[in-house]
Ligand binder design. Sequence first.
Ligand SMILES: Cc1ncc(COP(=O)(O)O)c(C=O)c1O
Length: 357
Amino acid sequence: MSKIHVFNAGPCLLPQVAIEHAREALLDFKGTGVSLISISHRTKEWEETMNETRALWREILNIPEDYETVFLGGGASLQFLYVAMNYLEKKAAYLDTGVWAHKALKEAQGIGEAYAIACSKDRNYTYIPKGFEIPTDLDYLHITTNNTIYGTEIKHDMDCPVPLIADMSSDILSRRVDVSKYELIYGGAQKNAGPAGVAFAIIRKDSLGKVSRYIPTMLDYRTHLDKESMFNTPPVFSIYVMNETLKWLKSIGGIDAIHEIDEKKAATLYAEIDRNSLFTGTAEKEDRSIMNVCFVMAPGYEDLQDEFFAFAKSKGMIGIKGHRSVGGFRASLYNACTQEDVEALVATMKEFEALKK
Ligand SMILES: Cc1ncc(COP(=O)(O)O)c(C=O)c1O
């Protein structure tokens, strides 16, 4: 059996050390003799973990003092609703860059007036719309910085005349972000930050309390800010693994170091996609994501798709099937995926080409 190389889009590969420490903590959390999943979240041992996670998160992402992070259940999908509940008063605009952006918009439209300011559906979301005008009377503009399904990414922190809100589910912790340019950054943890079960929201503290609607207690960010993410029982297991993932990230040099590694991995795979005559990339080159690399069989070779899946599987490649809405292939190169994993995939593509040509 070949070594396994995991390219899952999420939940995805996490650092081995985080998994090993989680295994130990499942049996005995910090020498308490109690399992991590049985420990009370009101113990000092847990509070230490919670505080340490928050501190690491702040340090690694260089989050300014006037922002605070909450860790919540419900995934990024529930954050779509949180955003509208907490920020939509008169009107909001959404950049429609694919399924997730569209779902976020739909949720806002159930709460108030929200519309797509620009959309890349005309070419199946293979690019990021540019040059659109942003009206200054918006409550906020919502963007999805990395479009997990299509492999497109907004790789810079845009200047925005209105409060900017970003879903960074699938590229958080892959590049240095100027948090001060955003009113709110949120996402599910289950790509670069940890396992499924916890979502994060980095909130500019003075941005809340400006809408006139009643916000149900659990959907009000202030509830969770006031109680430091422990208003109700936090997802302890997920937060613990997140803590270990952040420690690992810090130990390898933090954001700048991982960004360099991530860029190199993506460049390696894109170079092969561009070189190999059997494959072609789907996203516009300038908008290519460094996290999710999407490609298909080149014209004339479409019939080889299933054969390549089987071949890649025999070489230990896991999770390279494209999202069901777009087909083809997608290799997700999140932080715990290594250069060696990517090189194994590249070697597989080369070998397949040699067999077929
Ligand atoms: C960019 C983006 N936003 C939102 C989501 C939804 O996340 P969740 O499953 O945590 O609700 C995903 C899931 O893959 C995603 O990639």
